[in-house]
Structure formats: C-alpha cells, structure tokens
Write a new protein. Structure first.
Length: 143
C-alpha cells in the first residue's frame, strides 16, 4: 500500500486531492507547511509527496530543495515529489528543484492519478498541458 503526503496551506485543495487519490491501495496524509513536510519525511513511510507551489512562506520549490539537501547527506530517505504549479513559468522552477514530476493547475483528476501512478513506479511525469498546440501551415487541426 502506498502512502502519499499532500502539502498545501489550502484545506480545500488538500480535500480535493484526497478525494481524487484515496483508495484501498493508497493512503493519504496531509501537511499545511514546509516544516510539517520535513517532519513527515523524517518519520518515514512516505512514498510520494505532492506539494502546492505556493505554501505560506516555504513553497514547494524550497521544500523540495530542502528534502534533496537532507537526502544528499543521508539525513532523509529519497521521496519523489510531484509539484502542483500555478503558472507555466513555474515549470522551470519545478525542474531546477529536483522534483520528479509536475502538473499545471487547474487539476484534472485523471491527470493527477496518472502522475501519481508514474511517480510511484519510479518514473517521472511532466504535464504537457502547459505546452502550446503545434499548428502546421495548411492544417486546421493541432498536431
């Protein structure tokens, strides 16, 4: 059974994600701040952390960098991170922070579940909904 940590200072977002993910083979824990995420990871048992880009004074990028720093010298186990981004430019920040995956809001339950499954399998996930559609000359259909 997988155990997922959802981190956001918005209780409504945490509740939405919980309803998208909770199942007989996946349990959910919630955190509302960066220090709570760090404490949960240090306790162990977290298979995946899903973090909102904006969380109070310590958002997903800072939390992810902190986790990767702790991991680099053996103070914490590796926990894959899925970032929930607010805007397209945040893709750069997600990649630079060491997150294994990202989704650009608004959240789609199918995309969220697909990303979670990929990260739990040890794969990465990059949401491609932020990319503009490619239109070729002479066609009316995006490729």
């Amino acid at each position: 059974m997988a155990h997922v940590l959802i981190a956001s200072d918005l209780s409504s977002l945490r509740a939405d994600l919980r309803s998208m993910l909770e199942s007989p083979d996946l349990t959910v824990e919630e955190a509302s701040s960066g220090p709570e995420v760090r404490n949960a990871v240090q306790r162990g048992g977290i298979d995946l952390a899903i973090m909102d880009m904006q969380i109070g004074s310590m958002g997903a990028m800072a939390i992810c960098l902190d986790l990767r720093h702790e991991e680099s010298y053996g103070a914490a186990d590796h926990v894959p991170v899925l970032m929930l981004l607010d805007r397209r430019p945040d893709v750069f920040l997600a990649r630079r922070s060491g997150a294994e995956g990202f989704i650009v809001k608004p959240l789609d339950p199918l995309r969220v579940r697909r990303a979670v499954r990929a990260l739990l399998r040890g794969e990465g996930f990059e949401d491609d909904s932020w990319r503009p559609a490619t239109v070729r000359a002479g066609t009316m259909t995006p490729q």
